[in-house]
Write a protein that binds this ligand. Structure first.
Ligand SMILES: [Cu+2]
Length: 636
C-alpha cells in the first residue's frame, strides 16, 4: 500500500460539486481534482433492482462523472485505478470482472475509463442480508499516487427470500439523488441537504403520486419539500410528492432525525411508496453522520474511528502534520509564539480549532466516510473512553495501556523522538475527569449579555484546565513530570495524544451549543464574533491590532493577523513570514483546507468568519453546512 497525502487528495474534489450541480465550468489548476464516481447495480440509475444473490453474479457498472477537463481533454489520462471491495471489516460481497462461473474475490483492482465510459463488473453475495442496504460496494483509489481514499459506497442487499421490490409486474421506476449522483455526499447531519427525485419511465401527461418515508424499524430521516425556508431544516416524518411523467426532477430536502442518528453506514433508509397502490418503489440508503459522545459509542463505531486514526497515523503518516502545526514553527520546537498565537489566547481560538478538528475529521472520512469525530465530555466521567480498547487506560508508568488488538496500539510519531504509544497518566484515573468548570457554567458565561467576548474566555476557564489537570509535562522541555501526560503538556506537545481531538471536539460542541442557545450565528454581529473587520481595517468601534505578553511570556492581548473576522486563517491560507502583528509562522504544512464532495465549505482558505455559521442557518434559503452536528442538541 502506497502512502498518500489525504489532504491533497481531498482538495482535489474542489470543483466536483460545482460541475455536478450546474452547467458552469470552473477552471482549476491541473490535477486539482479527485474522481467523482457513480455506481449502478443492475446497470440502472434506479434503486428498484439493487439486489443481488449468493447463487449468481449481478452485473454492475461504474464511471467517472467528472472526467472532462475544462478547455478539452480528460482529467484522468489513462483512467482511474480503483479497488472494489467491502467496507471496513465486512465481507458480504465478492467481486469479479468476468462474472459467470468465476470464483470472485473480496478485492479486485480495475481501471475506470478516462472518457467517463462505463466499466462493467460483477458482484455476488457471500451471505444473505436480513436488512436492506447492509451490503455495500466500496470503491477506493488504488495508487499511485493515491491509495485507499474511498470514492464511493453503493448500498445494496442480498435478500434471503423474495426481492423486496419484485421484478414483475414492473412498478414505476424512480431515480433519487442525495446531493449528487455520487454516493460520497450521502452523509447528512441536522441541516437540510438538497435532494431530487424523478419518475424515470413515465410518460406525459401522467403523474405519479408518491410518499417518502423511513423504512420500517428505522426512523432516522426527516423530509421537507422545496418550499423549505432558510434557517429551517427538514422535520417531516413523511413527505408526499407528485412526479411528472415527463421525467422532470422534483426537489426536496433531507435531514437527520435528532432522536435517531445513524450507528452504521447506510442505516438511514428512505422509502419511496406509490401513493395510489401503496407499493414500494425504491429504497435509498444514507447515513446520519453525527459527532457523538465518545463514552457512548457502540463498539463498531469506536473501532471504525480507531481504524481510521490508524490509517491516518500509521499508513499515511499524515497525523504528524497536525502535531507539527499546533503551536510550532519550522524548528519543530514548542514555544513558537507566532505560531501559538494563531490559535490561542485570542478571539480566533474557537474558529481556528473548529477548522483544525474539521480538517482531521475529513481526512479520517477519506479513509472511512462513516466516521465522525467523537467528543470527550470532560466535565463528567468517561470510563468507556479511557480503556485499553479505546484511547487507553492508565498504567503503572506514564504510557497508556492499549490492548494488543487496538488498531492504534503502535501509535507512532515520526521525528518526535518519543517512544511508541501514547504518553498519558491522568491524576483522576480512568473513571474520573479533569477539574473543569461544568458545561452549564460554561454555557452561562457572560450572562445576561452572552457576548462572544465573554464566551471566548472558556479557553482559560474550561479548555485550559481540561488539558492542565490531565497530568502535566514540563511546558518548556516537554519532559515528563510525575504523572506526565502529553495532553497536559504544552500546546506543542498536546496534539501528540489523539485524545486532543476529542477534547477539542468537546470545546467546539460547547461553542456550537452556545451559538444555538444564544442565537449567535450572524457573522457580522459583534456579539457573535467580537473582532469584526480585518487586521488591516478593523470595523468601526473594534479595537486596533496589538500583541502583548507579560513578564512570564503569557499572552495578554492578541489582536494579530488571523484574529479578525475577515482574516484568513493560517496555515490554510499558506501565508508565512511577516513582522509585528501581521507576522505569520515560517511554515504552513496543513494547507490548503480539505474540500470534500459533501462539504465544499469553508473552502480551501477559510477565513475566521467562514466557520462561524457552520450550518448556514442565517442564509435566506436552505444552504450548505460544514458537514457536522452534535448528538446532544438540535440547533433548530
Ligand atoms: Cu490548540
Amino acid at each position: 500500500m502506497k502512502k498518500a497525502n489525504l489532504a491533497l487528495v481531498l482538495v482535489r474534489l474542489f470543483i466536483a460539486p460545482l460541475l455536478l450541480t450546474s452547467c458552469a465550468v470552473i477552471p482549476t489548476s491541473p490535477g486539482n481534482l479527485l474522481p467523482v464516481v457513480e455506481i449502478q447495480i443492475n446497470n440502472t440509475a434506479s434503486n428498484h433492482d439493487d439486489y443481488g444473490s449468493t447463487a449468481s453474479y449481478t452485473t454492475c457498472r461504474a464511471r467517472v462523472t467528472n472526467f472532462a477537463k475544462f478547455g478539452g481533454g480528460n482529467n484522468f489520462p489513462g483512467g482511474v485505478p480503483v479497488e472494489l471491495r467491502n467496507p471496513g471489516a465486512s465481507s458480504n460481497l465478492v467481486f469479479s470482472t468476468v462474472g459467470g462461473g468465476a470464483a470472485g474475490s473480496a478485492s479486485v483492482f480495475v481501471t475506470l475509463p478516462e472518457n467517463g465510459g462505463w466499466f462493467t463488473f460483477f458482484v455476488k453475495g457471500t451471505v444473505t442480508n436480513p436488512v436492506d442496504k447492509t451490503a455495500n460496494v466500496e470503491m477506493s483509489t488504488a495508487g499511485p499516487p493515491y491509495d485507499e481514499v474511498v470514492l464511493a459506497r453503493k448500498a445494496m442487499m442480498i435478500p434471503p427470500g423474495a426481492l423486496p421490490i419484485p421484478a414483475a409486474p414492473p412498478r414505476p421506476r424512480v431515480e433519487i439523488e442525495v446531493g449528487s449522483v455520487a454516493t460520497l455526499d450521502d452523509y447528512i447531519a441536522w441541516y437540510p441537504v438538497s435532494c431530487r427525485i424523478r419518475w424515470a419511465n413515465g410518460a406525459a401527461p401522467s403523474v405519479l403520486n408518491i410518499t417518502l418515508q423511513n423504512m420500517a424499524a428505522t426512523d432516522r430521516l426527516r423530509f421537507a419539500n422545496s418550499s423549505l425556508a432558510g434557517g429551517a431544516t427538514a422535520t417531516n416524518a413523511t413527505l408526499p410528492l407528485t412526479l411528472n411523467g415527463d421525467g422532470t426532477w422534483v426537489s426536496f430536502y433531507l435531514a437527520g432525525n435528532f432522536a435517531s442518528p445513524s450507528v452504521n453506514d447506510k442505516d438511514a433508509v428512505m422509502e419511496v411508496i406509490d401513493a395510489s397502490t401503496s407499493l414500494l418503489l425504491s429504497r435509498e440508503g444514507v447515513m446520519v453522520r453525527i459527532r457523538k459522545n465518545a463514552n457512548n459509542l457502540t463498539t463498531p463505531e469506536r473501532d471504525r474511528y480507531l481504524e481510521a486514526l490508524k490509517k491516518l497515523d500509521l499508513t499515511y503518516n499524515d497525523y504528524i502534520d497536525f502535531v507539527k502545526t499546533h503551536s510550532r514553527d519550522s524548528t519543530g520546537a514548542g514555544g513558537s509564539i507566532v505560531s501559538h498565537r494563531q490559535a490561542h489566547s485570542g478571539s480566533a481560538f474557537l474558529p481556528w480549532h473548529r477548522a483544525f478538528i474539521l480538517h482531521i475529521e475529513r481526512l479520517l472520512q477519506a479513509a472511512d466516510p462513516s466516521v465522525a469525530l467523537p467528543y470527550w465530555k470532560f466535565d463528567v466521567n468517561a470510563p468507556n473512553l479511557f480503556t485499553p480498547d479505546f484511547l487507553g487506560s492508565n498504567s503503572a508508568g506514564n504510557i497508556a495501556t492499549l490492548a494488543a488488538g487496538n488498531p492504534i496500539v503502535t501509535w507512532t510519531l515520526p521525528g518526535e523522538g518519543v517512544a511508541v504509544g501514547i504518553q498519558r497518566k491522568t491524576p483522576y484515573g480512568d473513571g474520573g475527569h479533569p477539574t473543569v468548570a461544568t458545561e452549564a457554567a460554561t454555557l452561562g458565561l457572560g450572562s445576561p449579555g452572552f457576548s462572544y467576548a465573554s464566551f471566548k474566555t472558556m479557553e482559560s476557564s474550561e479548555h485550559n484546565p481540561a488539558h492542565s489537570t490531565s497530568g502535566a509535562t514540563n511546558p518548556t522541555t516537554g519532559a515528563p513530570l510525575p504523572g506526565a501526560s502529553w495532553i497536559g503538556g504544552s500546546p506543542a506537545i498536546a496534539t501528540r495524544d489523539p485524545l486532543f481531538f476529542s477534547l477539542h471536539c468537546n470545546v467546539d460542541r460547547l461553542w456550537a451549543k452556545w451559538q444555538w442557545l444564544r442565537t449567535r450565528y450572524t457573522i457580522t454581529d459583534v456579539a457573535v464574533y467580537d473582532l469584526q473587520g480585518s487586521h488591516a481595517a478593523p470595523a468601526a468601534g473594534v479595537a486596533a491590532p496589538v500583541f502583548t505578553q507579560n513578564v512570564n511570556g503569557q499572552i495578554t492581548a492578541n489582536r494579530t493577523l488571523g484574529q479578525y473576522a475577515d482574516d484568513s486563517m493560517w496555515p490554510w491560507d499558506n501565508v508565512t513570514g511577516g513582522v509585528g502583528t501581521a507576522g505569520r509562522p515560517d511554515i504552513a504544512i496543513l494547507t490548503p483546507f480539505p474540500i470534500t464532495l459533501g462539504g465544499i465549505l469553508p473552502f480551501a482558505k477559510p477565513t475566521v468568519k467562514s466557520v462561524i455559521d457552520y450550518i448556514t442557518i442565517t442564509s435566506t434559503s436552505p444552504g450548505l453546512g460544514l458537514g457536522f452536528g452534535y448528538d446532544d442538541f438540535f440547533p433548530y
